[in-house]
Design a protein around this ligand. Structure first.
Ligand code: ZN
Length: 202
């Protein structure tokens, strides 16, 4: 894998996929391995993501690693010159300025590892993720398993009716679906929306 192959050269690695695809676990795995090699690591995450803890990157299976919540990606540029690896979790929630910040860090010789959702609940590229994937040296797509048919899933289907882009969730809010099951679910929802409910509220 590309991530094994670095010395002083900086780089950007992206780990992305749907909800429940294991992207945070993969980020943690890479960071822990760097930590084990006595490399100085720092992890950031957006302040919006406070599902479990304010100071730790915690994956769904409760592996955790201490992180710093920030609202502006520029904060990342303040890391000391001794930092060799910078991790970013839930990167999709940062604004586009994250791309330039990651580029600057990589140009300085830092290995930047980014984890995030590649697409939102409508199946559209999410926040800065597409540009990060474009400029990264290495991109790994990880997949969940479709809860309806067992195929590889790359869509985060929202079970709630909310239209907010940011709706932090766990198992009761999202489900991972494959392309076919996702399209079928969305088509059904659109149909429900357009069908008048004649006998409602009587
Ligand atoms: Zn499916």
């Amino acid at each position: 894998m590309f991530s094994e192959n670095y010395k002083k050269t900086g780089c950007i690695e992206v780990v992305c996929g749907s909800m429940f695809s294991g992207k945070t676990e993969e980020l943690i795995r890479r960071l822990k391995r760097a930590q084990f090699a006595k490399q100085k690591i720092v992890i950031f995450k957006p302040t919006v993501d406070n599902r479990y803890s304010d100071v730790e990157v915690v994956s769904h299976d409760f592996h955790k690693i201490t992180s710093t919540p920030i609202s502006d990606p520029a904060e990342m540029l303040k890391v000391g010159p001794d930092v060799q690896v910078v991790g970013v979790d839930e990167a999709q929630f940062f604004d586009e300025s994250l791309v330039d910040v990651c580029q600057q860090l990589a140009n300085r010789g830092v290995r930047v590892i980014i984890a995030g959702l590649d697409t939102d609940f409508l199946g559209q590229p999410f926040g800065p993720m597409p540009r990060l994937m474009a400029v990264a040296e290495d991109v790994q797509k990880v997949h969940a398993i479709c809860v309806r048919c067992g195929a590889l899933a790359n869509h985060s289907h929202r079970l709630s009716k909310s239209e907010d882009l940011v709706l932090l969730g766990e198992k009761n809010v999202y489900e991972p679906l494959c392309r076919d099951c996702y399209n079928a679910a969305r088509a059904r929802e659109e149909q429900e929306k357009s069908t008048p409910r004649l006998f409602e509220d009587q």
